[in-house]
Write a protein that binds this ligand. Structure first.
Ligand code: FDA
Length: 304
């Protein structure tokens, strides 16, 4: 009930316009993002890098009102990629295709992603958004992957279709970031029970690790804070004889910090996703929905 309400709030334009104006709401975001500017994110990326945590940075913002806003987003990311390279930071970039114009058509979105991938020697990640966007997102990913090897895509274990999608992508030897999924889950396309989402996550983990072992796989990244999912990935990799440096973990900034550090100290490759930007409301609501106990954190800010 709470989760659904928070996910509903994440798509409500009126709340997105009003709530961020309140200081207590702004203060409460500090736990999940270091600040609104690229500089804030990169400063944190530098600090995390000193603890052997690499980063993925992403500018918050989703569906656009007009297509030309997408070109401003591309310009922003081109600048970000240049700064990351200049400062030698261990950071990659992840983009949302709706922020690059997906609602206005795939062809120009594809060109924008290609421009970004061509501007970096690191991997450029593509987020996975609502279930309505999956076909178009995978279509753009496939086309860009034909010309640029350094592009990876996120897949969500809460969708029934994901195992089929992964198998269809395999010939491309893709880099895949596996997540459970953060959006509203229409029952006809997604598993309703957490146990089924988790079971599918483990099944997909096995497919990714097996492919990595056989040499036909880009980077498999398990983006989860769930100790059971992390434990299963490690167990499966160990049983297959796959070394720690052949797969990665990723977590969100501010969540399970100790776990991030302990995995890195144990020799695992760990990336922290650092979000920044002023359009944080929908994204913040999704973070609260993932763990409704976080709402108490906001309430504490209110009474402070
Ligand atoms: P689960 O939700 O079962 O949580 C396991 C445990 O982790 C919880 O018990 C709690 O301890 C901790 N935890 C999880 N979320 C928390 C929170 N918000 N606050 C505090 N504690 C929390 N989704 C998507 O649909 N598209 C995408 O492109 C991405 N990209 C992405 C990148 C990276 C690097 C990460 C880590 C995650 C994403 N996600 C995403 C979000 C993802 O789908 C998922 O919603 C969150 O990772 C939470 O799910 P867990 O796997 O952690 O498991």
């Amino acid at each position: 009930m709470m989760r659904n309400t928070l996910l509903w709030a994440s798509t409500n334009p009126l709340l997105a316009e009003r709530l961020p104006k309140y200081d207590f709401v702004k203060r409460a975001t500090k736990r999940f993002m270091p600040g609104e500017t690229l500089d804030d994110a990169l400063r944190e990326a530098e600090r995390l890098g000193k603890s052997d945590l690499s980063t993925i940075v992403t500018l918050l913002g989703e569906n656009l009102a007009a297509e030309d806003e997408a070109d401003a987003v591309v310009d922003h990311y081109l600048g970000a990629l240049e700064t990351i390279e200049e400062r030698g930071l261990p950071s990659e970039v992840s983009v949302k295709l709706t922020q690059l114009g997906l609602d206005f058509g795939t062809e120009r979105t594809e060109e924008r992603v290609r421009r970004l991938a061509s501007a970096t020697s690191s991997l450029l990640w593509i987020d996975m958004e609502n279930s309505d966007c999956v076909d178009a997102t995978l279509d753009v990913f496939r086309k860009v992957r034909e010309t640029n090897e350094n592009v990876g895509v996120c897949l969500q274990s809460y969708l029934h279709r994901t195992q089929r999608d992964l198998e269809a992508l395999m010939p491309l030897e893709p880099s895949i970031r596996l997540v459970k999924g953060a959006y509203n889950k229409p029952p006809d396309v997604a598993y309703a029970r957490k146990g089924d989402v988790d079971q599918n996550f483990v099944r997909l983990t096995k497919t990714l690790l097996r492919a990595r072992l056989d040499g036909g796989q880009g980077r498999p990244v398990f983006a989860t804070h769930d100790p059971r999912m992390i434990g299963e990935a490690n167990r499966l990799a160990y049983e297959m004889g796959l070394k720690k440096d052949r797969y990665e973990f990723a977590m969100l900034y501010g969540i399970e910090r100790d776990k991030q550090l302990s995995l890195a100290r144990a020799g695992h490759s760990v990336r922290v996703l650092v979000s920044y930007g002023s359009a944080w409301f929908p994204w913040y609501m999704r973070r609260l929905a993932e763990r409704p106990a976080n709402v108490w954190f906001v309430v504490k800010q209110l009474v402070r």
